[in-house]
Design a protein around this ligand. Sequence first.
Ligand code: NAG
Ligand code: NAG
Ligand code: NAG
Ligand code: NAG
Ligand code: NAG
Ligand code: ZN
Length: 489
Amino acid sequence: MLTLAVFSLLLHFAIQASSPLDQVFHYIDEHQDDYVQRLKEWIAIQSESGNPTKREDVIRMMQVVGEMIKHLGGTVELTDVGNEEFADGKIIPLPPVVLGELGKDPNKTTVGIYGHVDVQPAKIEDGWSTDPYLLTEKDGNLYGRGSSDDKGPVLAWLHAIEAFQALNQELPVNLKFIFEGMEESGSKGLDELLKEKNETFLSNIDYIVISDSAWLSKKPALTYGTRGLCYFLVEVQCANQDLHSGLYGGTVHEAMTDLIALLDSLVNSTGYILIPGIDSDVMPLTDEERVLYEGIEFNLEAFKRTLDITELLHKTKEDVLLHRWRFPSLSIHGIEGAFSGPGAKTVIPAKVTGKFSIRLVPNMDPDKLSSQVTTYLHGVFAARGSPNRLRVALEYGSKAWVTNFTDKQYDAGRRAIRKVFGTEADLIREGGTIPVARTLQHTTQKSVMMLPIGGADDGIHSQNEKLSRNSYINGTKLLAAYIAEISQF
Ligand SMILES: *[C@@H]1O[C@H](CO)[C@@H](O)[C@H](O)[C@H]1NC(C)=O
Ligand SMILES: *[C@@H]1O[C@H](CO)[C@@H](O)[C@H](O)[C@H]1NC(C)=O
Ligand SMILES: *[C@@H]1O[C@H](CO)[C@@H](O)[C@H](O)[C@H]1NC(C)=O
Ligand SMILES: *[C@@H]1O[C@H](CO)[C@@H](O)[C@H](O)[C@H]1NC(C)=O
Ligand SMILES: *[C@@H]1O[C@H](CO)[C@@H](O)[C@H](O)[C@H]1NC(C)=O
Ligand SMILES: [Zn+2]
C-alpha cells in the first residue's frame, strides 16, 4: 500500500511538472472513453445530406454541433442558406451552416476551422458487417458511418478545446467554426454564404484549417492540394425507341457502336489522355517537386495487394503518386440506357449516355476543358460519318486547389506532428476533390491547410467506414498541439 501511495504521489508530481501541452495530452488519454461515447451519439444521428427524407436528421445534427460550441463558451449562429429544390418540384430547407466563435482577443491569432457533419448514405444491406449508425468497436477500430468522414475529426477539434478548458488553460488562439451539413451533396449554399460573410465573419481569420481527409500511409501527413473534377455526359441517339436486333440489326447505325468508339477515343491503354491540348495548362513539374515525392512513404506493393492488382499504369512510387495527385486522369464510369441486366436480351438501345470524368490539376480550367472535350468528340464522331445525334455536356466542373506548403501554417502543422508522433510529416495531395479548400482560399485569400487525422484504409463513403481509436485519440492530441503551435505565429 505504501509503495502505491508513494507511486501515486510521484505520478502526481510528474504530471504537475509536465508542460501544459503534456497535461492536455494526458487529459485526452484519460477521457478517451468519453470521446468514443460522444462519437457514438453523433453517429446515431443519420445525417445523410443526399437523402431528402433524412433532412430533419441533418438539421438536428447541426443543432447538436451548435449546442456543443455553446457549451464550450462560444457564440453560435445557425445560418439559414435557403432551400433545396428537386427535379420533381419538391422543395425542402437546406440544413443551416453553423458559424461559431470562441474568443475575441485581438492579441491572439484567429484560426478558422472547417468541417462537416453530414454523411454519405449507408444501409446494413449495402454489405456492412455492423449497423452503420451504431458505433461498434472492434480490434481497435470504431466502425460507423461518419466516424472518419467527418464527425470524428470535428469532435476531435471540440474535444481538444474542451481539454484546454478543463485544465483551466487559456486557449492560446481565437477560434471560428464553419461546420456544414451538405458537404456530401455539393456543399449547396456554402459558397454564397462564404462570399457574403467575407467582409464580416471571415474577415479577421488568419489561418484556415480543415480536417477532412486522410493520411497516405502509417505516417502522419499534411495535405496541400486536391484535384478538381469535370464530369461529362456524351449522349448518342439512333432511333425514337429501342429496337430488336433480329428485325433491325444490319439496317441502322447503332448508337451504342458510336458511343463505344467515342469512349475508346478518350484514353489509350497506358492511361494517356488523347484529347488534344489537355496538358497545355498543367503546371510543369519542377525538380524540387519531384524530389519531394521521393521522401513520401508509400508502399507500392501493399497498394497493389490491397486492390488485388498485379501491374499499375506506372512503375515507380513517384510516378504513381504524381499521376494520382499531380497530373490529370480520365475515368469512364458507365453507360446509361445500355442493357446491363443478367441474361441475353437482344436489344439495340435507342439512346445511350456515356459518363466519364477528368480530374483536374492546376491550372486547368473547366470551361476550357469542356470546349476541348466537345470539339474533340465531335471530330471523332464526324470522322465516323454516323448520321446519329450526338450531344456532349459538362455536367459539373470544379478547379483543383494547391497551396504553397512553405507557408507558416504548414510549419505549425509539422511541429504539431513532431510533438505528437515524434516523426516528420509527409507532404501530400489528394487525388480526389474537396472544393471547399479552394473556395475558402480564394474567397478569403488566407492560408488554407488540411490537417488529416483519418487513416488511408478508413473506407470513407464505403461499407464498414471506421476510424481507429488510435487515430481518434492521437488526432485529438494533434489538433490540440496544432492550436498551441499556430498561436505562436
Ligand atoms: C494586447 O497586448 C498589449 C501589449 O502587450 C496589451 O497592452 C493589451 O492589454 C493586450 N490586450 C488584450 C485584450 O489583452
Ligand atoms: C475577402 O476579404 C479579404 C480581406 O479580408 C480580401 O483580401 C479578399 O479579396 C476578399 N475576397 C473577395 C472575394 O472579395
Ligand atoms: C499512349 O500515348 C502516349 C503518348 O502519345 C504514348 O507514349 C504511349 O506509348 C501510348 N500507349 C500506347 C499503348 O499506345
Ligand atoms: C512558396 O513560397 C516560398 C517563400 O515563401 C517561395 O520561395 C516559393 O517560390 C513558393 N513556391 C511556389 C511554388 O510558389
Ligand atoms: C498514438 O501514437 C503513438 C505514437 O505513434 C502510439 O504509440 C500510440 O499507440 C497511439 N495511440 C494512442 C491512443 O495514443
Ligand atoms: Zn468529408
